[in-house]
Write a protein that binds this ligand. Structure first.
Ligand code: NAD
Length: 362
């Protein structure tokens, strides 16, 4: 498997180096063999080539089997114009690879339950939700306009979806649910929005092919409330771009630990982008204190959703669990009585657990 590495800026290189360490341990244990090619994007690309997404990067990513990304951006590049900012690289690579489905798991590790903003009784047995957000349609990409009406300014952003766009992401969400707790909740605003009514029609059709998966519908205002009231009722949440942007942040923050959350963006082309949800954290860059577990868990998602390597993905998850069980924490998830470790050490502990601690793993 060829993996394009975009280490990026700030803590990006630090956490991706640990992720690669763990991938090497996966390779040793399961004999898979990964090849890496480092490419530039974001601030470093601006410094070295003048643009946030060089053509060579796009070319190499397209020829790879997956892209593993750290994070881009930082104060150094904040003053640049929109299309020259590091974030333009992110949007550009998503578009170039046509990744239309963003998968954001919100999982609470039992060892870190106290980090959640929710009360223990609301969390119940824990939290394990997968938010599937449409990434390339809706209001963010529909026609945008401003006109001066003569009585003030009028502006609009069109929320546009085609049945094909809905169908392809619905199929992804239903097949993911089929491998989990077999429930998809489609979140929309069908009482008001025509595009939401189309979502209901199309997802209703798609659901017929997945008879073992339960389908539920929920209005977005209710979903925002239910996420903090009774999150255990959700398995997979499927929703359009704007609602997904908001709900995926809400769901992930319920876990209380930014440094633990991975994500995947996938399409039909087969080259997915796998990245932690956190940014480049310039405030802690270079100090060996960033939590690399989100990047390591992003490798788990790459193995599962990018390469269909279920048992290898499971081993990554178990290795992280085992290290947490043994009491090791980076400062952002530190709890009383536990052992503080830095970025490098945390990466090595997970890699060692992958190599040596198989039978001891929970
Ligand atoms: P951030 O996620 O970088 O940091 C928010 C806070 O969380 C900071 O206090 C940081 O120290 C902490 N934090 C983040 N990741 C951590 C980790 N792994 N371990 C421990 N602590 C961690 O968000 P921000 O401060 O809003 O943004 C900083 C830069 O990152 C900006 O330039 C922003 O544009 C960029 N950004 C990039 C991406 C991306 O590349 N996908 C995403 C979000 C933000």
């Amino acid at each position: 498997m060829r993996i394009a590495l975009i280490k990026g800026d700030g803590i990006g290189p630090e956490v991706i180096n640990q992720a690669v360490k763990v991938l090497e341990a996966v390779s040793e244990r399961f004999g898979c063999g990964f090849e890496y090619q480092e490419v530039l994007m974001g601030g470093r690309a601006i410094d070295e080539t003048g643009v946030p997404l060089p053509a060579e990067t796009v070319d190499i990513c397209k020829k790879s089997d997956a892209v593993l990304l750290g994070a881009v951006g930082g104060p150094k590049w904040d003053g640049l114009a929109g299309s020259l900012r590091p974030e333009a690289g992110l949007l550009g690579i998503r578009k170039a690879l046509d990744v239309f489905a963003n998968l954001r798991p919100a999982v609470i590790f039992p060892q870190l339950k106290s980090a959640s903003t929710l009360k223990e009784e609301v969390l119940g047995d824990g939290l394990d939700i997968m938010v599937v957000r449409e990434l390339t349609g809706g209001a963010y990409f529909g026609e945008k306009k401003r006109v001066d009406t003569g009585h003030g300014i009028k502006a609009w952003d069109m929320m546009v979806y085609t049945s094909l766009e809905i169908e392809r992401i619905a199929r992804k969400a239903f097949s993911i649910a089929g491998k989990r707790r077999k429930k998809v909740t489609i979140v929309d605003k069908a009482n008001v929005l025509e595009s939401s009514r189309l979502w209901r029609e199309v997802t209703g059709e798609v659901s017929k092919a997945y008879s073992d998966v339960e389908t539920a519908y929920m209005y977005v205002d209710n979903a925002a409330m239910q996420l903090v009231r009774n999150p255990g009722q959700f398995d997979v949440i499927l929703t359009e771009n704007l609602f997904g942007d908001i709900l995926s942040d809400e769901a992930s923050m319920l876990t209380g630990s930014l440094g633990m959350l991975p994500s995947a963006s996938i399409g039909e082309s087969g080259v997915g982008i796998f990245e932690p949800i956190h940014g480049s954290a310039p405030d802690i860059a270079g100090k060996d204190i960033a939590n690399p577990l989100a990047a390591i868990l992003s490798c788990g998602m790459m193995l599962k959703y990018g390469f269909n390597m279920e048992k290898e993905a499971d081993a990554v998850f178990k290795a992280v669990n085992s290290v947490l069980d043994n009491g090791y924490r980076t400062v952002d998830i530190m709890q009383r009585g536990m052992i503080t470790v830095g970025t490098e050490k945390m990466g090595s502990l997970v890699a060692d657990s992958m190599r040596h601690n198989r039978e001891g793993m929970k």
